[in-house]
Design a protein around this ligand. Structure first.
Ligand code: AMP
Ligand code: GLY
Length: 426
């Protein structure tokens, strides 16, 4: 069969790499993909926003399954258009994808179905938002309601910072229409974890747990990024937390979405804050995480294609299981210096082949571009250097060994990926 993956980042490279290993699959296309994934997919120059064009491509090339990587096309209804054209596609439709498209919607669903989350209120008026901040006894996080490329949540440390955040989002409209409304919620303490699962609208097939590293600098300092590294599994999600997420978060959510007429079919990602082993939901994403996907798919031994195909066909995943490599996976993101702010492009990347000679190492590419035989940087997050090791410590060592083989001008990467897990280990 032929599979089309939509997106262009490291997550999509990992998806293409994994899907191309399926015995069911003859050919993998990626739209638009990137020049670092050419061994794993044929890249097609169509943007994820060109929905009609994508559907036409899928039809005329007899694509049997389309898999959507990023959230924006899901939220804007790419899946609906493919289905109207009789094409099989893995991902939630527009009605269900609003779980990520509107934080106000997600919080309202959580409240309605008693899903543990931070206390909150929703405002479309900045004055009322300010009054709320002045009245609550806790520190707050101010979040733009709509999509803001992962940058729309502002964690504040007191009233004046909160007023400033309201101003940036609602008055200066730093995130455009995404800031028509804000969610203001209690700032929680604890450790974050990513809990990613697949649902067919009723049943839930959880993936292994993982942990992202959002801030740009070591020790979680500096502004948030799309994610500077991830590892799996994470000790933050122990057996008790796992059971609570399944019973108190994911099943109520999937039942609730069905009840409100928006059955959820696709990947559901619960961003968690876990404090004293009690998980609360920070956000829902309607797709795999980037970079979490990279270590997760390295660890996944099962073929993921039959599961995606079943969900895309409206079938059941009730009897399906996922088999995981017992080894740990660690991904270190190598980024352009300056990211998530401005950065220079066009720097020559060397050493990827050398890095991949290390057993259990794979380099997933995101912001790269090929000129002749040379690979150049072309984005903020450039590479996801991913390694499997007997435990987190050994996977971390391997990943950083591999990172050491790769270089480009003004490279920046965090040196402490996985450290939180190591601190919790005996
Ligand atoms: P979100 O886009 O809602 O996941 O928020 C982005 C990041 O902001 C999260 O990964 C957390 O690091 C932080 N954050 C969001 N909500 C809260 C909260 N209620 N308490 C503390 N930190 C939060
Ligand atoms: N790594 C965080 C995200 O994909 O949203």
């Amino acid at each position: 069969m032929k599979v089309l993956v939509i997106g262009s980042g490291g997550r999509e490279h990992a998806l293409c790499w994994k899907i191309s290993q399926s015995t069911l699959v003859d050919e993998v296309f990626c739209a638009p993909g990137n020049d670092g994934m050419l061994e794993d997919a044929t890249c097609i120059d169509i943007k994820p926003g060109d929905v009609e064009y994508l559907a036409r491509f899928a039809k005329s090339n007899n694509i049997d399954l389309t898999v959507v990587g990023p959230e924006a096309p899901l939220v804007s209804g790419l899946v609906d258009v493919f289905r109207e054209n009789g094409l099989k596609i893995f991902g939630p439709d527009r009605k269900a994808a609003i779980l990520e498209g509107s934080k106000a919607f997600a919080k309202t669903v959580m409240q309605r179905y008693n899903i543990p989350t931070a206390r909150f209120a929703i405002f479309d008026d900045p004055e009322q938002a300010r009054t709320y901040v002045s009245n609550v006894p806790y520190k707050v996080v101010v979040k733009a309601d709509g999509l803001a490329a992962g940058k729309g949540a502002i964690v504040t440390d007191g009233e004046s910072e909160a007023y400033n955040a309201i101003d940036r989002i609602m008055v200066q409209r730093e995130f455009g229409d995404a800031g028509d409304k804000v969610v203001i919620e209690e700032r929680l303490g604890g450790q974050e974890a990513s809990f990613i699962a697949i649902s067919d609208g009723e049943n839930i097939l959880p993936m292994a747990s993982s942990q992202d590293h959002k801030p740009v600098y070591d020790g979680d300092k500096g502004p948030n990024t799309g994610g500077m590294g991830a590892y799996s599994p994470t000790p933050v999600v122990d057996e008790r937390v796992y059971a609570m997420v399944m019973e108190d978060v994911l099943y109520p959510l999937v039942r609730g979405m069905k009840e409100i007429g928006a059955p959820y079919r696709g990947v559901i990602y619960a961003g968690l804050m876990v404090d004293t082993r009690l998980p609360k939901v920070l956000e829902f994403n309607v797709r795999m995480g980037d970079p979490e996907t990279q270590p997760l798919l390295m660890r996944l031994k099962s073929d993921i294609v039959p599961i995606m195909l079943d969900v895309a066909s409206g079938g059941s995943i009730k009897n399906m299981v996922l088999d995981w490599d017992t080894r740990a996976g660690v991904c270190v993101v190598m980024a352009s210096g300056g990211y998530p702010g401005s950065y220079e492009k066009g720097k020559e990347i060397t050493g990827i082949e050398e890095a991949e000679k290390i057993d259990g190492v794979k380099v997933f590419c995101s912001g790269v571009e090929r000129r002749g035989n040379t690979l150049l940087t072309s984005g903020g997050r450039v590479l996801g250097v991913t390694a499997l090791g007997e435990d987190i410590r050994r996977a971390v060592e391997k990943a950083y060994d591999a990172v050491g083989k790769i270089s480009f001008d003004a490279v920046h990467f965090r040196k402490d990926i996985g450290e939180k897990a190591l601190k919790r280990m005996p």
